[in-house]
Design a protein around this ligand. Structure first.
Ligand code: AMP
Length: 146
């Protein structure tokens, strides 16, 4: 039987669901896997490019919005029991950056919240759909309440 070794939770705050995180935690325990957390910033402008796309969580910046995002992610990580070194804040397009990070960390399972497909959402696609079609590793798409 395949044992997952490294599981990545993708988190956005608009639809951050406890049961999505809980599933990832259960699998992490069952497989004794490593658990990482990522949030991709796609809605704040970056003040400069010295950070690259990957934002250091252990350095103080003088950019207020970024400090706020760092703290928000670290709080979420702490509540899940994930340490800072397994926590990633990246600036860019969510699907692209999640895939890039998953390959870099050699993640073998990505956990993502998924809306039931209907209406315009079906036509426009979603983060879960995109990951499912492009990821090299497995995807666990956990239904979100619509
Ligand atoms: P969406 O397709 O934007 O409605 O989001 C569905 C799921 O995709 C969320 O529950 C997260 O698991 C993931 N996701 C969406 N946006 C982001 C983001 N900016 N950073 C990390 N994960 C995200």
């Amino acid at each position: 039987m395949h044992r997952y070794q490294h599981i990545l939770i993708t988190l956005n705050y608009a639809n951050a669901a406890q049961h999505v995180v809980a599933k990832a935690q259960q699998l992490t325990q069952a497989y004794q896997a490593q658990l990482s957390l990522v949030h991709v910033l796609d809605d704040i402008a970056m003040p400069d490019t010295t950070y690259g796309t990957c934002i250091a969580l252990d350095k103080v910046t003088d950019y207020q919005a970024l400090e706020h995002e760092k703290q928000r992610l670290l709080n979420a990580a702490a509540s899940i029991g994930i340490s800072q070194q397994n926590c990633w804040l990246i600036w860019g397009a969510p699907q692209q950056e999640i895939l890039r990070l998953a390959e870099r960390l050699q993640v073998d399972l990505i956990v993502v919240g998924a809306h039931k497909s209907h209406g315009l959402g079906f036509l426009l696609g979603s983060t879960a759909d995109s990951l499912l079609h492009h990821a090299k590793c497995d995807i666990l798409a956990v239904h979100l309440e619509d």
